[in-house]
Design a protein around this ligand. Structure first.
Ligand code: DGJ
Length: 704
């Protein structure tokens, strides 16, 4: 029996043999004649698979399997062996583009059922895969590993592109050829799970993929907690990928009749390079996942770097006026507005006490919202509702709501601890923080939701089974976010985690944007945003102009315009020309937003390997767009020596290119009276004339 899971361009093909072992026989470019899928395996003359299950669609452990399992269990009678066999499958068309393939597996000896789900987004070439495990045994079954997905690839060689980082160093790429054995990508940080390593990765098959060439898989787990992906190159030289929640310290006990459903592992396969894979993911995210993915976003002025904790009502009133003067949509009040017994005047106190600080804000948030209203701008606010400082009233009142080991010394990350979101009472508290703000301030228009600590000393005072802690924490977080979205379905919220410590597609269902990094030095941001752009659309990337770095305001603003633009500077201290530049740039940005948010993104010149970074956004009709270009190498004489080849244009159209965002009193060296065909621009390219005196060049491209 052959089960093809097909998207527009790819096919993942499952097959059950006469003994009902379910294997993955192919994942690659779709064949014209589906009947030929069964002939694929015969074309390989690799070393023998002694087990007969090396290509299992969901590798079980304790029976014949000799490889890394997707699932490991301890049955009710203490036996550890599992052997899953195909029972049946269904294919449901959910709409014109989305279908669900469900495959049911069963252990012939034990009453344990596993279902594999493949949700197929046809046009986007995207699959979300997850599994559910049902205990039909008489007693408890313990799940010791419970992956979402298990893939299997044949290829001459495999290159892994993975990411690592830390605070202000998010999304640093590393590419390596996979060697035999297992490479594991994982996190055990609990919250802020991506701090050292996000779950996103790429695998190039046969040869290293480029933007336009090669077969490449992008993968990512839709989960905001501990994840684990095992990449195993086996004795046959095939690659097994097993991804899911990290089973680290997380044995999960399933009671009789109970079902455990894993989060989805998301993947897209492109046989024509990385560019298509990322555009497919962007489309999928905007169409199906990211909150308000097809909508608009608010430009804003944030006070974090302008004031840090040092502000009062008057100062904020001035900043609200500056918001208007600058010409952005919203003022965002950051950390430091709360706490009375333990005022939040630094990061050592106050978290958990979400009452306005009476000294700083004697008239509360509502007077700020009113002032914003009077100035014709919107008002947003920062919260970090999952956290508590030991110096807080909340800590004194509810010691049992806090994640810590009862008999051990407390250990802090940024002087704080997590609230125990596995506890429904704590979930209510966190929901009430948000709900209270909106109830008291119905005009509140934006939330920045921060999460600055990792989990140390994982323990819940109320959870029965401590090894469920990491999983129940994330589920608790989602419960709260779901409740917020039921009551406040559209209000924009930024997903922030001390920088980009928590960006993933499960969380982004509840958020309109994410904060990629606290590192806003534009030179750094070119690299950081570049790497995020493989996986997340520009509309979701909150980019702020700050005083980080040595670049002029134009460079900083141009870089921030490549996503959702914001400012975090002291507007009143801007030189006149700088202010005028920003005001004009915001007006221009407002005209470019549609194509930046909803267009197709093309990475044209990679800052990792070139002196010039170049990225374009082109609308669906290929009739207009914008190209951002930067000098990223300061060596003497470095410039855009060569034309930059465009992508995604219509070869038969003629285009005019005009420089935008010119600093006051400067002239462009680009002659906008000239036109070029798309054919010319894609084969020969265009030179934006980037050099030491023109380090940042924004070019509008329009078909005429
Ligand atoms: C970390 C965030 O990433 C910053 O933008 C800022 O909101 C601070 N937290 C506030 O404490």
């Amino acid at each position: 029996m052959i089960i093809p899971v097909e998207t527009k361009n790819t096919a993942l093909v499952l097959q059950s043999d006469i003994k009902n072992n379910l294997g993955l026989i192919y994942f690659g470019e779709k064949l014209t004649k589906p009947a030929e899928y069964s002939a694929i395996s015969g074309m390989y003359k690799q070393t023998e698979d002694y087990t007969g299950v090396a290509n299992a669609a969901y590798t079980s452990s304790g029976s014949r399997n000799l490889f890394e399992p997707a699932i490991t269990v301890r049955h009710a009678d203490g036996n550890n062996a599992l052997d899953l066999r195909y029972v049946r499958h269904t294919v449901e068309k959910l709409d014109n583009n989305v279908s669900l393939v469900s495959v049911f597996l069963k252990d012939p000896v034990y009453a344990l059922d596993v279902s594999l789900f493949y949700k197929v987004y046809y046009n986007e070439d995207v699959v979300e895969q997850w599994s559910s495990i049902k205990n039909n045994e008489k007693g408890n079954v313990v799940l010791k590993k419970f992956a979402s997905a298990n893939l299997y690839f044949k290829g001459e060689a495999f290159w892994l592109n993975q990411y690592h980082g830390d605070w202000a160093k998010e999304m640093r790429p590393e590419e390596s050829k996979l060697t035999h054995g297992i490479k594991t990508l994982d996190t055990k940080l609990g919250t802020r799970a991506n701090l050292f390593q996000p779950s996103v990765f790429m695998i190039s098959m046969d040869k290293r993929a480029t933007e336009d060439e090669g077969t490449v898989l992008y993968g990512s787990l839709e989960w905001s907690g501990n994840f684990r992906t095992d990449l195993e190159l086996d004795n046959q030289d095939n690659l097994r990928i097993i991804a899911g929640i990290n089973n680290y310290a997380s044995d999960y006990t399933l009671k009789p009749k109970e079902i455990f459903t894993t989060p989805a592992f998301l993947y897209t396969l492109s046989t024509t390079g990385k560019g298509l894979a990322s555009r497919n993911l962007h489309n999928w995210a905007r169409n199906y996942k990211l909150l308000d993915g097809k909508g608009d976003r608010l430009t804003l002025l944030n006070n974090w770097e302008a004031t840090y904790f040092d502000f009062n009502e008057n100062k904020l009133f001035e900043l609200i006026k500056d918001t208007k003067k600058l010409g952005v949509d919203l003022f965002l009040l950051d950390d430091g507005w709360f706490g009375n017994k333990y005022p939040r005047n630094g990061d050592g106190a106050g978290l958990g006490d979400w009452q306005e600080n009476k000294e700083k804000l004697p008239n509360g948030i509502s007077s700020l919202v009113k002032e914003a209203d009077n100035n014709g701008v919107k008002f947003g606010i920062w919260i970090e509702p999952e956290m508590v400082n030991p110096k807080s009233e909340l800590y004194e009142k509810h010691p049992d709501w806090i994640v810590k080991q009862p008999k051990r010394e407390e250990y802090y990350f940024r002087n704080q601890l997590e609230l125990d979101l596995t506890n429904p009472k704590v979930q209510d508290f966190v929901f009430d923080v948000v709900d209270g703000l909106f109830t008291k301030n119905p005009n509140l228009s934006y939330i920045k939701w921060d999460c600055n600590a990792v989990i140390y000393n994982a323990y819940s005072a109320t959870l029965k089974d401590q090894s469920h802690f990491y999983i129940e924490y994330v589920r608790g977080l989602y419960n709260v976010l779901k409740r917020i979205r039921v009551k406040y379905p559209t209000v924009p919220m930024m997903l922030c985690s001390g920088g980009g410590g928590r960006v993933d597609y499960a969380a982004l269902q509840y958020f309109t944007e994410y904060w990629p990094s606290d590192n806003t030095d534009p030179m750094e941001r070119i690299f950081i945003q570049w790497e995020y752009s493989y996986f997340y659309p520009a509309i979701a990337s909150a980019n702020h102009v700050t005083d980080w770095g040595k670049q002029p305001i134009k460079f900083r603003t141009d870089v921030a315009m490549m996503g959702k633009l914001g400012f975090d500077i002291v507007v009143s201290e801007l030189a006149d020309a700088d202010l005028r530049f920003c005001q004009d740039a915001i007006k221009i940005y407002n005209t470019l937003k549609p194509v930046i948010f909803h267009g197709d993104q093309y990475r044209l010149s990679d800052p990792k390997t070139n002196a010039v970074a170049s990225m374009s956004y082109i609308d669906a009709n290929k009739s207009s767009g914008v190209i951002f270009n930067y000098l990223v190498n300061n060596r003497y004489g470095e410039n855009s020596k060569f034309p930059i080849r465009m992508r995604g244009l219509d070869p038969s159209k003629s285009y005019r290119l005009t420089e935008l965002n010119l600093y006051p009193a400067t002239k462009s060296s680009i002659d906008s009276s000239k036109t070029y065909t798309g054919d010319f621009l894609m084969k020969i390219g265009f030179n934006p004339d980037v050099r030491a005196s023109r380090t940042s060049v924004v070019v509008k491209i329009e078909a005429i």
